[in-house]
Every structure is written in structure tokens, then in C-alpha cells.
Design a protein around this ligand. Structure first.
Ligand code: BGC
Length: 517
């Protein structure tokens, strides 16, 4: 059977600055990633998605790109990249890179040229500039607020114009009405495809096209990335035209390469539009990131993803954690219960039809670090909301590889964010080869999934309140979301894997079991 690899892959997100630090500067790097490829191989993942490593002032941890064709010296250089890619491919692991087309860094040559040029010049046409109204010099062109807090408009240094930034002021939005922007990004795609990458994760994939005239939003103009609805700056229909021009570019290359969209939409129906056959291959389903640990919420999200994606022939794309959201162990209450539920939810995902994304460190059972001191925080959200929102640094704390050492094996020195005191026990060294550890659980779950590939989803009778069961064509998966054990003897006799051991034929609270069919 020649199923396309990306229809049921397990893809591991590497956040480069926090994965492994080979040169001891306290920040992860490409050589660090290369050195850990054997670890990823043993985990059993099919591909890696790398968050940005491009040249960047790092005002938004690299999502502010100043040169789309260069590696930031903090992470290495193009030779390091080529070596890392070659080693990944050698190990049978594909590599997806992050593309940030909604905005560049204010340090990008284009933006510097725009500021150095006059209003109305072709250089300014690459971004969204608007004149300051002399009658109301402090009133921005519309009411849009930045995702990170504050107005989405900042004045140019000469005070004559405003420019738009849906994110930080150092991330000016590119003007996708300008053909030059289209040409540039097609060329960037080719640059990385020529180097051999297997695909792109598209940052803010729902954001590039803005409604004509940049009209006010309803309400107070605030912009939420998470759980957003359609707005004059998000999920505009015109964005699909861009992807229809990108798909032929990627199709020119051999090797089944893909696009995965970070598209926050208000429904699975609208998300599926990005997955029509002439557009993108995958789009993260964030519904389970937002769902409470309840069977009804999970079931609703699953049904809707399965139905809508089948309608366009695209795989479901499941995710529980990433570098922007609170880690799922913590979302589910933290501690022993949070970890048990997190393992149950992960095991559930791994039995659903479709693709599963794993965020670095979840395989160790890492929690969100909630108590980072203000002086070490870097997320612009924290600063632009004056600390009202603590931001995303807590899920970006460097990985613990060893039980000891200045940064628990992350590097030979410290790490750019401090690791909590109880992380030695959650390090790779502490969990490797230890029965019952989260790491061994992930390894086993991925291996069992590979040997039992889902072909569909048929719901079975619920085993009890707040619990469900389904047959995925290859195994039977039973999930208990409730706080009490449920009887599961009716679903099978041979246990393939359980996130917590069954007790007298009962599945404990907050756990998942797979039975052989
Ligand atoms: C990325 C964030 C980033 C934002 C702006 C997001 O969706 O995942 O980390 O801050 O885009 O680029």
C-alpha cells in the first residue's frame, strides 16, 4: 500500500532555542538538534517541524524574520542546516520548516528601505502604511489591536505615517496586494525546497489578506489568535488564492512534500477550506487544545474534524500542545492527575485516523513553568500587556536531557530560561529505559500505533458516563475522562497498551486503553 506519508505521520515539533545547545551559549542550535536525531529516531517519529531558525532580532523568538534565506548565527549557519537535514534524512526522518509570510521583522531590508523612502513609494507598498491625519494625529487608521496587546499601528520615526503590525511593532505586516510580495515568497519556498526540505508549516496562515479598506472590526478591535472568529484581518477568502499559487510550486518537487497551516478559524468547516485539493495538505486542529478534558467536548471536536476533512480528502491533524499554548499536563490540572490525563489524551490522539503532532518535551511529561521571574521572560505578550498576561515562555523552557549539570544536559552552560527544581526527575536520562516513565510510554504508544494503523472511526457504546470507545479499523480505543473507573471487559481481551494499568477489568479515572481487535 502506498499511502502518502503525511496522511498518518507522527510529527515532532522542535523549538530550536530550547531543544539542545551544542555550543554552550545557553540557546539551542541546529548542531544540537543534529546531535539528538538518534533520540528522535528511537522515539519513532516520522518527521520534525522546526520552529524558525532564520536571521532575526528575536523579538518574538524568531517569528520576526530579517532574512528568510539565512540562519541566525545563534542557531548556526547553512552548512549546519544541510548537515542536520542530511542526518535526519539518513535516519528516515523528514523535515518541515516554518515559513512566516504574514509579517517580516522591522530589521528586514524591505522594511528598512520602506522607512528610508517617501510615503507612496514602491518601497512602502510592500507593507501597510497609512498617512497620519493632521486633524487627529494620535488616532490610528482603524481600531485594530495587536495580538500581543496595544494598538496594531505604530508611527514611523518621522511621525508622518502609521504602519500596521498585527503582532509586535517589530513585526510589520506585509502587503499581500503587492505582486512583489507574492514573487518573493515563491522564491523563498524554492530556496528551501531546493535545499531538500520536506515541507512548510505556515505561520498565521489565515492572516495575510486584509479586507479592502482595512475597516474597523466590531467591538473594541482586540485580536485573539486563539479562538478567533473571521475578521477583516483573519480568514479572509482571498487568502485561498495565495495557496492556489503555492501548491503548483511544491508539486514541482519530488518527494511528497507538504504545507501545514496554522489557521485559527471559528469552525472546522472554514478550516477545511484551506485543505481543498489545490491548496494545503494539513491544518492543525486546535479544537482539542481548547477543549476541556471531557468526553462530550472531545467527541464533538473529533466528529467535526473527521467529517469536514473527509469532505476535502485531507487528513485530520491532531495536536494537544505547541510553543504558543499551555502544556497539556498543566491544562488538565497538573500534578499526578494532569499527567495521567495528558497521557490518556495523547494515547487517544495516537489512535485517531490522521496525523499527530507532538511538541518537544511532552514525551517527558513536562509541565508548564508558571513561576518564571519577570526578568527572565522574553515573550512580547508579557511586556505589551504590562504583565497582565504572562505569555508563552512557560512552555518554552529548555529540555532536561540529564539529571545533573548546569542546564540538565541542555548545554554545557546555563539556559536562556531557568529549569524548575523538579525537572531532573523528568529528564531523558531519568526516564530512558525506565518502565512506567512517560518517555517509555510515548515510545511504546507510537510503536503500537505504527503496527496498527487506523483506517477509520466507528463509535462503540460508551463504557460509562464521561467515557467513550471506538474502533479505528485496527484496534479498539477506550478513553475514560471521568474521575471514577469504568468497566471495559466488553471491548476486548488482549490489551495492546494502557496509559494506566487496568484493575479488575476496570479502566482507571483519566486513562486510555487499546484492545486488540
Ligand atoms: C506563532 C507564534 C508567533 C506568531 C507571530 C504564531 O502563530 O506560532 O509563536 O508569535 O505567530 O508570528
Amino acid at each position: 500500500m502506498s499511502q502518502q506519508w503525511w496522511r498518518d505521520a507522527v510529527i515532532y515539533q522542535v523549538y530550536p532555542r530550547s531543544f539542545a545547545d551544542a555550543n554552550g551559549d545557553g540557546m539551542g542550535d541546529l548542531e544540537g538538534i543534529r546531535s539528538r536525531i538518534p533520540y528522535l529516531s528511537k522515539l519513532g517519529v516520522d518527521a520534525i517541524w522546526l520552529s524558525p531558525f532564520y536571521a532575526s532580532p528575536q523579538n518574538d523568538a524568531g517569528y520576526d524574520v530579517s532574512d528568510y534565506r539565512a540562519i541566525d548565527p545563534r542557531f548556526g549557519d547553512l552548512d549546519d542546516f544541510d548537515r542536520m537535514l542530511a542526518d535526519a534524512h539518513e535516519a528516515g526522518i523528514r523535515l518541515i520548516v516554518d515559513l512566516v509570510p504574514n509579517h517580516s521583522s522591522s530589521e528586514h531590508v524591505w522594511f528598512k528601505a520602506a522607512l528610508a523612502s517617501a510615503p507612496g513609494s514602491p518601497e512602502r507598498e510592500r507593507y501597510h502604511f497609512r498617512d497620519v491625519d493632521p486633524a487627529a494625529p494620535d488616532t490610528p487608521p482603524n481600531n485594530w489591536q495587536s495580538v500581543f496587546g496595544g494598538a496594531a499601528w505604530t508611527k514611523t520615526p518621522d511621525g508622518r505615517q502609521w504602519y500596521l503590525h498585527l503582532f509586535d511593532p517589530s513585526q510589520p505586516d506585509l502587503n499581500w496586494d503587492n505582486p512583489e510580495v507574492h514573487e518573493e515568497f515563491k522564491s523563498v519556498l524554492r530556496f528551501w525546497l531546493d535545499r531538500g526540505v520536506d515541507g512548510f508549516r505556515i505561520d498565521v496562515a489565515h492572516g495575510m489578506v486584509k479586507a479592502e479598506g482595512l475597516p474597523d472590526t466590531g467591538g473594541d478591535g482586540s485580536i485573539e489568535m486563539i479562538g478567533t472568529t473571521q475578521a477583516p484581518f483573519f480568514d479572509q477568502d482571498g487568502v485561498h488564492d495565495i495557496y492556489r499559487t503555492w501548491r503548483p510550486v511544491i508539486e514541482e518537487y519530488e518527494g511528497d512534500r507538504i504545507f501545514v497551516a496554522e489557521a485559527w478559524t471559528d469552525s472546522a468547516e472554514r478550516r477545511a477550506l484551506y485543505l481543498r485539493p489545490d491548496e494545503l495538505h494539513q491544518a492543525f486542529n486546535f479544537d482539542l487544545v481548547l477543549a476541556p478534558f471531557q468526553s462530550a467536548d472531545f467527541r464533538k471536536a473529533i466528529d467535526s474534524e473527521v467529517a469536514n476533512n473527509a469532505g476535502v480528502g485531507a487528513p485530520c491533524t491532531w495536536v494537544l500542545s505547541n510553543h504558543d499554548v499551555q502544556r497539556h499536563v498543566t491544562r488538565y490540572g497538573g500534578g499526578v492527575q494532569g499527567l495521567a490525563r495528558a497521557k490518556a489524551a495523547t494515547q487517544l490522539l495516537l489512535s485517531l485516523p490522521g496525523v499527530v503532532y507532538v511538541y518537544q518535551g511532552e514525551e517527558l511529561g513536562l509541565n508548564e513553568v508558571l513561576d518564571l521571574p519577570a526578568e527572565v521572560r522574553e515573550d512580547p505578550t508579557f511586556f505589551r500587556t504590562n504583565g497582565e498576561q504572562i505569555g508563552r515562555d512557560g512552555c518554552r523552557v529548555p529540555l532536561p536531557w540529564a539529571k545533573e549539570g548546569p542546564s540538565l544536559g541542555f548545554g554545557s552552560n546555563g539556559s536562556w530560561l531557568p529549569q524548575p527544581g523538579d525537572w531532573p526527575a523528568k529528564s531523558v536520562e531519568a526516564e530512558d529505559g525506565v518502565g512506567g516513565s512517560t518517555l517509555e510510554f510515548y515510545r511504546q504508544a507510537i510503536a503500537v500505533r505504527k503496527a496498527h494503523r487506523a483506517t477509520g472511526l466507528t463509535w462503540l457504546e460508551d463504557p460509562g458516563d464521561n467515557a467513550f470507545a471506538f474502533d479505528n479499523g485496527a484496534l479498539v480505543s477506550v478513553v475514560n475522562f471521568s474521575d471514577a473507573p469504568v468497566p471495559v471487559t466488553g471491548y476486548g481481551t488482549e490489551v495492546l497498551l494502557a496509559s494506566a494499568p487496568l484493575v479488575d477489568g476496570n479502566l482507571p479515572a483519566g486513562s486510555t486503553v487499546w484492545f486488540k481487535k
